[in-house]
Design a protein around this ligand. Sequence first.
Ligand code: THU
Length: 136
Amino acid sequence: MTREALCAAAIQAMGKAYAPYSGYKVGAAVLTTDGKVYTGCNIENASYTPTICAERTAIFKAVSEGEREFAMLAVCGGKDGLITGAFPPCGVCRQVMAEFCPKDMPILIVTGEESHTACTLGELLPYAFDTNYIEK
Ligand code: THU
C-alpha cells in the first residue's frame, strides 16, 4: 500500500468522526505488516474525558482483532473535517503507538487533501517509556 493510499483511508475515516463538542474531526488509518488496514475516528463524549482519539480507535480496533505488528499510520484532522494543515498525534496516542509500533515506523501527518509530511514514531516520542522498562 502506498503512503498516499493510507492517507486517503485516514481522510475517509474522518468522515465518521463523532465530534459534536470540539467540532474537530479526526481520522486515522493503521497498516499492519501483513497489509491490512484498520481505520478509526475520534469519538467525543458529553463528559469530555471519555473522548477517544482517532489514532487510538484505529490501533485498538486492530489489536482487538489480534493484530500486533504495524508498519505505518496516517492521521488527519481539522475543524468540521476541513484539512487546513497538520493535526499531529497527541501524547497519549504516541504512548499507545510506542506499545505496539517500532521506533522507525513512519507516521504520516496529512497536511492537505493530497499532501502529507512523514516522521518516525521515535522522532515523535523520543526516549519512550515502553515495555522494555517493565519486568515480565
Ligand atoms: N484528537 C484526535 O482524535 N487525535 C489526536 O491525536 C489529537 C486530538 C481529537 C480529540 C478531540 O475529539 C478533538 O481531536 C479535539 O481535541
